[in-house]
Design a binder for this molecule. Structure first.
Ligand SMILES: CC(C)(COP(=O)(O)OP(=O)(O)OC[C@H]1O[C@@H](n2cnc3c(N)ncnc32)[C@H](O)[C@@H]1OP(=O)(O)O)[C@@H](O)C(=O)NCCC(=O)NCCS
Length: 194
């Protein structure tokens, strides 16, 4: 029987630091497995900074919980995603999806796509006009993201993989033209993340 998954908003304003640790650890385990322990720690630190330094109106966080975890599996949180505002002079409600992670044991079973869909629906309901991400077209292309050029929408920092810059409009209208550089939140402003 396929595992049942609950997709929910993850409230970062809560003072329950135990939950924050669990949220951050999903990123650690996922990236440590795919790219090594050092990268796992780097992304975990990035996530901790997102949670502690970003104004609540500039961040959305969502998680996927296993609805029926086996009794020998204490960690019920199996996936997590963060979206943060990209400030721009055109006044477009624009958010960037990054990073996201699914526990290695759960990957390839649709949790990631389900989590992104849940997040996009929630942002759309809150009036967000478009989402960009910096990632793999194979995964994000399945959800409607399309590659974009810097001429159309410039990234806040110089990217090491320009082909990974993707966007998705959340309204029926095309994404408005945004001239000039966009600006990201402080947590991800360091060029090592780009
Ligand atoms: C990338 C990731 C979040 C996807 O989550 P997932 O639950 O495994 O994804 P899904 O099962 O919903 O499937 C996503 C689709 O994208 C593809 N895909 C899965 N993992 C992928 C990866 N690491 N890179 C590229 N494409 C991937 C598959 O083709 C899959 O399509 P299919 O079901 O038609 O075969 C997860 O594999 C992960 O945490 N990887 C390590 C961390 C990472 O790379 N994060 C993303 C960058 S921020």
């Amino acid at each position: 029987m396929p595992k049942s998954i609950n997709y929910i908003s993850y409230p970062i304003t809560q003072t329950n630091t135990q939950n924050h640790t669990e949220f951050c650890n999903v990123f650690y385990h996922s990236f440590a497995q795919s790219e090594g322990k050092a990268e796992g720690q780097t992304i975990k630190t990035l996530v901790q900074n997102f949670l502690t330094t970003t104004a609540s109106e500039d961040i959305y966080t969502f998680c996927a919980n296993s609805a029926n975890p086996p009794s020998d599996e204490p960690n019920q949180l199996v996936g997590a995603v963060i979206l943060t505002r990209l400030f721009n002079d055109a006044g477009v409600e624009l958010f960037m999806l990054s990073p996201m992670a699914v526990l290695p044991t759960e990957q390839g079973t649709g949790v990631g796509q389900g989590l992104i869909r849940h997040a996009l629906d929630a942002l759309k309901a809150n009036g967000v006009q478009a989402v960009v991400t910096y990632g793999d077209i194979i995964l994000y292309g399945k959800l409607g993201f399309k590659p974009i050029s810097e001429d159309f929408l410039s990234a806040p920092k110089t990217k090491s993989h320009p082909e990974g810059w993707l966007s998705l409009a959340l309204t029926d209208a095309p994404i408005p033209i945004i001239t000039g550089k966009t600006r990201c939140v402080e947590a991800i402003a360091d060029k090592q993340y780009w």
